[in-house]
Design a protein around this ligand. Structure first.
Ligand SMILES: [Zn+2]
Length: 441
């Protein structure tokens, strides 16, 4: 179900309260305190799953696993096998707690394979998500109604301006789709005039804005902090963004499935794992270098659709052995996140659009099982779609929406139910670009 604006504000307010009253304390808890908290929350989740979620009811029965009897410490969770995204997607309503799901909020993910996946999240979980966001922003020094320019979450329709103001929260949303060499100056001018204290956006969008400021000799506005999320923050992105906007980047890692989040504090020694939010296992894998681990996570608060030991598909680089963060918080650190290097679509008029921008467009259309975008030359985009029922009307709608975002100058070729393009590692990537990343600006 969708929540109203009023309820959205109410849930955010509860999140702020939870952050100030609870998360400000838990971030300094001892390992024992955190584990006790996790065990209590996880037992609640397992009990609820055993009684109300068809898939887990059967699985626990087959395993002879009784949460009341067999779950004593977080290590006991290892009796339950891990869950891949493909498996979770295939299970559909078998993974839902029907009573909770009826009151839950719906999120959609396409993730790294381009297959839409609907996730139901309980409102209690959403409050925790808001609380973690608030704590992260407060690590940067953010306070309510500080001015923040956000280069994401806004897609203007034809004739609408490239930015819009949310006067309640003091957010200036700017379109991430329309950054061209020609109008970068207008974006920067607007930023200089509005004087945001903080900046937020996709790493690739902020990088492109920074590169264009430098290339055109425009002095960018100086801010106090910068928030990035949703894509890999390449070292070159960080260096450029920090140099041009004169502030540090505070990166955020999460997934649409909302099983675990990690974020960077003011000491910038890596990302803290939010153990109040989820239980995180970092598992060795023969295909990975020695200091890298698979991220497998269990969200502790989402009773509507429990994802237990979920294979996120992402990889963490371990922090130095025993490294404690200079900020003094006890939440553990990873050095960096790898494995989500998104590619970009380029347009003949010089725009570079992050692939994450296309996910919503595709999963809003019905019947799409998977999609892939392939770009071999700037003037042409090949769109591969897997669908059992995709008629002429939907094809026209898709073409119009793509052309709106990419402009009329690009030739769009739609391939329905043809084999997807495989990349070097045999991986089916959502975006395959043979033109190089944003780094080639
Ligand atoms: Zn820290």
């Amino acid at each position: 179900m969708k929540v109203s604006l009023l309820e959205d504000l109410w849930l955010s307010a509860k999140g702020i309260f939870l952050s100030q009253r609870f998360l400000s304390q838990t971030q300094r808890w001892s390992q024992e305190q955190i584990e006790q908290f996790q065990v209590v929350k996880c037992r609640e989740l397992l009990r609820s799953a055993a009684s109300n979620v068809p898939y887990y009811k059967k699985l626990f029965h087959d395993l002879g696993f009784d949460p009341d009897r067999d779950f004593r410490s977080m290590a006991d969770l290892q009796r339950i096998p891990t869950m891949t995204k493909a498996r979770a997607r295939g299970l559909g309503s078998e993974l839902l707690n029907a009573m909770e799901a009826a009151k839950a909020m719906e999120l959609r993910s396409s993730g790294s394979t381009g297959e839409p996946f609907v996730i139901q999240v309980s409102k209690n979980h959403w409050v925790m998500e808001q609380a973690i966001v608030w704590r992260h922003w407060s690590w940067m020094g953010y306070r309510f109604r500080d001015r923040m320019a956000i280069v994401r979450s806004y897609v203007p329709e034809a004739g609408e301006p490239l930015w819009k103001l949310d006067p309640i929260r003091n957010f200036l949303y700017m379109s991430a789709y329309h950054l061209t060499p020609e109008n970068a100056a207008a974006y920067l001018e607007k930023l200089r005039e509005w004087q945001p204290k903080y900046l937020r956006g996709y790493p690739s969008s902020l990088y492109i804005l920074a590169k264009m400021a430098e290339a055109q000799g425009i002095t960018a506005p100086r801010v106090k902090g910068i928030l990035t999320a949703s894509e890999s923050l390449l070292p070159v992105y960080r260096e450029t963004i920090e140099r041009v906007f004169g502030a540090s980047v505070f990166d955020w890692y999460g997934q649409s499935e909302e099983t675990i989040t990690m974020n960077e504090c003011e000491a910038h020694q890596g990302l803290h794992i939010n153990l109040e939010y989820g239980y995180c296992e970092l598992l060795a894998d023969p295909s990975l270098p020695e200091n890298e681990r698979r991220i497998v996570a269990t969200c502790l608060h989402n009773l509507a659709m429990p994802l237990i030991r979920y294979e996120t598909g992402d990889v963490a680089v371990l922090a130095e052995d025993g490294a404690l963060c200079g900020c003094g918080r006890t939440l553990p650190l990873v050095k960096a996140i790898k494995g989500r290097s998104d590619d970009f679509i380029r347009t003949p008029d010089g725009r570079i659009i992050p692939s994450v921008n296309f996910y919503t467009l595709f999963y809003e259309l019905p019947n799409i099982i998977a999609f892939q975008l392939v770009q071999r030359e700037v003037g042409c985009l090949e769109v591969y779609i897997k669908s059992q029922d995709f008629g002429e009307a939907l094809l026209r709608e898709l073409r119009t929406k793509l052309q709106d975002r990419l402009g009329e100058a690009i030739n769009i070729q739609i391939h329905l139910n043809e084999a997807f393009v495989q990349t070097g590692e045999g991986k089916k990537r959502v975006v395959v670009s043979m033109l190089g990343g944003a780094d080639a600006v």
